[in-house]
Design a binder for this molecule. Structure first.
Ligand code: CO8
Length: 373
């Protein structure tokens, strides 16, 4: 088995920000207009009244203060409540490939790599904007990479599951340099008319370069000590969006086709699963929990991360030990733990160990244990 390293990461943020205040003002204006328009049906019990949202609730329940969005136009318009995106021709770079290329270029620069050093491209995220050709192959073409690419969909665990695949290919010798990209364009799948979920997600793109240790020339790199992926079926986080709507005559834009969840249940069920997974994963890597200097956890909810960290450590995490990026980015599906890794690792010393871990829809949990070289 070849020793494998992470030699670079890239982070691309869209230009547009939506603050909690802006989002709540828009949702509350929408809900008030809806309730006024449906006053008679609401008083007859035929239509449910739309409850109002609050900035204080969002910050306390999630830790989110703002989110980046790929396109802001339309989201806050109470007559639209979804982004406005241009439809690009088949000859133009697609929206998601464009996001992917930005993060990929940053990761390649950090890893000291050119296109000639990469032979496998994985685009892995919660949604791809089309079924085929794969976004990864479009990115491969845009970057001039020879080899092969494919897309993977594993919701919030898409990044760690792709790193798991990359590790296996490199360790087995079937790839020499792997580019894993997570262009999370999730705002078009949000139900901005749903008070319980309208604040959760933001758009972003992240990328990671994994390669064999003997080709690495990056100033900051990490030995990959172990990777692990686990799934357990649950419908508590779900989107029924898909191509069958054309044939089963269901409304492709109905509420059940957008992101929806039973957030309380997810919280209760996933926290113990994630803590148990992390514990066993660290031991499998031949380490003790106390050896882990940094936990780059999935970013869905600050209370969730604090609970998992407390379960693992038996105490509150020290500042910076389990970095939180939710306040700036919100939940960015699979990109969250990679953003945390990208922004919070340069201070680590050689020999320091850390864990990248995701958890979410599926349910799915993925982790990568690393040691700074
Ligand atoms: N404003 C004011 N009040 C609110 C709001 C709001 N916006 N939302 C809910 N409330 C109310 C509720 O109605 C409830 O009222 P009552 O007590 O009267 O019934 C009260 O506040 C408390 O509500 P909750 O119990 O739901 O509040 P929680 O403390 O549980 O917080 C959270 C809600 C933040 C959703 C929390 O449960 C949570 O984060 N859970 C974990 C969720 C999670 O990790 N999900 C993973 C999703 S990500 C993923 O897997 C990727 C999917 C693919 C990407 C999709 C992109 C579109």
């Amino acid at each position: 088995m070849q020793p494998v390293v992470i030699s670079g990461t890239g982070l691309w943020k869209p230009d547009h920000i939506i603050t909690n205040e802006e989002l709540v003002n828009s949702y509350n204006a929408y809900a008030t207009a809806f309730n006024e328009a449906n006053a008679a049906a609401i008083s007859d019990g035929e239509v449910a009244e739309k409850p109002l949202s609050s900035v204080a609730f969002i910050e306390k329940a999630s830790g989110i203060k703002q989110r980046y969005v790929y396109a802001k136009e339309g989201i806050l318009d109470i007559d639209r409540m979804r982004p406005v995106l241009s439809q690009r021709s088949d000859d133009e770079l697609s929206h998601q490939a464009e996001m992917a290329v930005h993060a990929a270029e940053a990761a390649m620069a950090q890893a000291n790599k050119t296109s000639a050093d990469i032979d496998m491209v994985i685009v892995s995220c919660a949604y791809t904007q089309r079924s085929y050709p794969a976004i990864a192959i479009e990115v491969q073409e845009a970057l001039g990479i020879e080899g092969f690419g494919f897309d993977m969909l594993v919701a919030c665990s898409a990044a760690t599951f792709a790193l798991h695949r990359a590790y296996d290919a490199l360790a087995a010798g079937s790839a020499k340099g792997v580019l894993v990209i997570n262009p999370e364009l999730v705002s078009p799948q949000m139900n901005y008319t749903d008070r319980d979920g309208h604040f959760i997600f933001g758009d972003v793109s992240t990328a990671v370069i994994m390669e064999r240790a003997d080709t690495c020339t990056a100033p900051h790199s990490y030995d990959v000590l172990s990777t692990q992926a686990v799934t357990s079926y649950s419908s508590n986080i779900r989107s029924n969006f898909g191509y069958l709507s054309f044939a089963d005559d269901s409304n492709p834009f109905a509420d059940d086709k957008l992101f929806h969840q039973n957030g309380r249940k997810v919280f209760k069920e996933v926290c113990p699963m994630a803590a148990e997974h992390l514990h066993s994963q660290v031991e499998k890597a031949g380490l003790q929990l106390a050896d882990i200097k940094r936990w780059w956890l999935h970013q869905a909810n600050i209370n969730m991360n604090d609970l998992i960290a407390r379960r693992l450590l038996g105490r509150d995490p020290h500042p910076g030990e389990a970095p939180i990026v939710l306040d700036e980015f919100a939940n960015t599906a699979s990109a969250g733990s990679i953003i945390a890794f990208n922004l919070h690792q340069e201070d680590l010393a050689s020999g320091d160990c850390g864990v990248i871990c995701s958890f979410g829809a599926g349910y799915s949990i993925g982790s990568v244990v690393v040691r700074k070289r």
